[in-house]
Design a protein around this ligand. Structure first.
Ligand code: ATP
Ligand code: MG
Length: 548
């Protein structure tokens, strides 16, 4: 069924406005977009923004969106990256119409190069990389023509064929567009279109030793596939001129139009595959899919949901303004998503033993606790009160701290869903560390007194668990703006604790995400084999509590 695509103008972002206008004016009668990653690393949350934009624009306007692997630099690409990208897009919940590889078009792209040469709009240059750079000039000085610029068309065709046949070695020759070495836009100063690379390509194997550059292959692929709106990030603003120049001069059937939007920058993160790969290589993280990484695989392993990421993309919107998005916004999206359907339970991340002295040794009381305060359909959890329980170390203080609403020696506190207890004594080990806290429960508690409430677990319910507490990888909000981002690595980005969860969790196969009361949302990684220990990633705390 066709969707009604008339929308209130004021609610549309600038890309929706362009697409609406193009359909209305019949500039285009159908809409086609594409998500075009280079398979040279894992996708990050910035790519999620691009995926969301391309797929949702196509869906809103009854169009199609394809996945295209921009595989023109085999040195850095791999099948592993291709497979991960596919599974990331699927996991986010998007369906591509077709999968394309730029490499499928290598023959056509080669023909386009020949067309340009025949029109005297491209030539084979024999300057080396450094010379080309020098001849290109700067923002304040014009470029200089290469001495090879005036070769005849026949000479250029012969040389280009030689490039293709493997006659030259890498860097000995390249194909350049013949545009204008004096152009105020450096990109238009005879950009390189093809370079030589003797390397086996993951798709075309050893068929080619010349590879087109992004600027040349991208517009041609867009056109061949039938893309109408080619959406990319602002750094390609100047490339638009070249995009249009190439398409104008090779006479392909379809003329897609490029539009640019601002890339996502996220606080405490870097969003660049090249830089993220440095974190992987230097083993600062365990891999591309480390739960601290802003990659889609990392977020998935951490326990983020596809909905939370899509909601985030929707909230940040699409404009041409460059800015940093607060990490809080991303974290609020996952909190909001998990709030509704995640069971609550108590877990102790950093345990300390507490003994209630006026309870007998074998006493057991079952307490029914709702799994969700607002959603009774989630049922009740049965927890046990017994003489020995665990509380969190941070919930006890030997000395008085003003405003501290937890347990203080000599004072009272309420155990969530249970008794009010008073700390009467502590026992320390030989290192002067508190080993256990002794309490009595208040037989006639003063209900009017505003006691703090702490969470706890009975020793009878306690099942061993390892908690992985994640903090930002960087200590500064804008690591990207620093000279060397490696100087700002957060040494506390992963804190591991051994504690306890309620053993009912081990029997519950329905859920793998829990809200541990007062602590945050946690994801059961299922990484344990012998079922003696559960492992939980902290997806997000209940309030921003990062350690930097
Ligand atoms: P990186 O610098 O991380 O390698 P890239 O732009 O080189 O990014 P591509 O694989 O070429 O990576 O990107 C595929 C698409 O995703 C492109 O259209 C690109 O503009 C878009 N994209 C990449 N990074 C971001 C970002 N931070 N925000 C929004 N879109 C992005
Ligand atoms: Mg790129």
């Amino acid at each position: 069924m066709k969707k009604n695509i008339s929308k209130k103008k004021s609610y549309l972002n600038f890309i929706q406005k362009i697409v609406s206008k193009d359909l209305k004016s019949k500039k285009f009668t159908r809409i086609q977009t594409r998500f075009p990653p280079e398979p040279n690393g894992f996708l990050h949350i910035g790519h999620a923004k691009s995926i969301y934009l391309n797929f949702s624009i196509a869906a809103e306007y009854n169009g199609i969106c394809n996945l295209r692997f921009d595989d023109t630099n085999p040195k850095k690409e791999s099948i592993e990256y291709i497979n991960t990208i596919k599974s990331n897009v699927k996991w986010l919940g998007f369906k591509w119409e077709k999968i394309f590889f730029t490499s499928q078009n290598f023959e056509k792209i080669y023909e386009c190069a020949i067309i340009l040469i025949k029109k005297n709009l491209a030539y084979v240059d024999r300057l080396n990389k450094e010379e080309i750079k020098k001849y290109r000039g700067t923002l304040t000085t014009p470029g200089k023509n290469s001495p090879f610029r005036n070769q005849t068309i026949e000479e250029n065709i012969a040389l280009f064929k030689k490039m293709k046949s493997g006659y030259f070695s890498e860097g000995e020759a390249c194909l350049r567009a013949k545009i204008n070495m004096q152009s105020p836009l450096i990109i238009m100063r005879d950009p390189v279109l093809y370079r030589i690379m003797f390397i086996k390509h993951h798709q075309t194997k050893k068929k080619w030793c010349i590879y087109p550059l992004y600027d040349f292959s991208h517009c041609i692929s867009d056109s061949l596939e039938g893309v109408t709106h080619s959406l990319c990030t602002l750094e390609f603003q100047e490339n638009k001129m070249l995009y249009e120049w190439i398409l104008k001069n090779i006479n392909l059937k379809n003329t897609p139009i490029q539009y640019e939007y601002s890339r996502l920058n996220l606080e405490y993160s870097i969003l660049s595959k090249r830089k993220l790969s440095i974190l992987v290589q230097k083993k600062i993280v365990s891999g591309w899919d480390d739960p601290r990484m802003p990659t889609i695989s990392g977020l998935k392993n951490r326990g983020y949901t596809p909905n939370s990421i899509k909601e985030f993309c929707k909230k940040i919107g699409f404009t041409k303004k460059e800015h940093y998005i607060e990490l809080d916004l991303l974290e609020n999206c996952i909190r909001n998503d998990l709030e509704k359907n995640t069971p609550r339970t108590m877990a102790i991340i950093d345990p300390i033993k507490l003994i209630i002295t006026n309870i007998s040794k074998n006493y057991e009381e079952k307490i029914l606790v709702p799994y969700h305060p607002k959603n009774s359909s989630m049922g009740m959890n049965k927890i046990t009160l017994s003489k020995e329980i665990y509380i969190d170390k941070s919930d006890f203080s030997e000395t008085y701290i003003p405003g501290y609403k937890r347990l203080i020696l000599g004072k009272t506190v309420k155990l969530r869903y249970s008794l009010i207890i008073k700390a009467i004594a502590i026992k320390k080990d030989k290192n002067e560390k508190i080993d256990s806290i002794f309490c009595t429960y208040e037989k006639k508690p003063n209900m009017k007194k505003n006691n703090g409430i702490i969470h706890w677990i009975s020793k009878k319910d306690a099942f061993p668990a390892k908690f992985f507490l994640y903090n930002p990888i960087f200590t500064v909000k804008f690591p990207d703006l620093k000279k060397d981002f490696l100087n700002y690595i957060n040494k506390k980005s992963l804190i591991v604790k051994n504690g306890f969860v309620n053993n009912n969790i081990t029997k519950n196969e329905k859920f793998n995400t829990y809200q541990f009361e007062r602590e945050g949302y946690f994801y059961n990684t299922n990484k344990t084999t012998n079922n003696k220990l559960l492992m939980f990633n902290r997806i997000v705390s209940l309030k921003n509590k990062w350690k930097l």
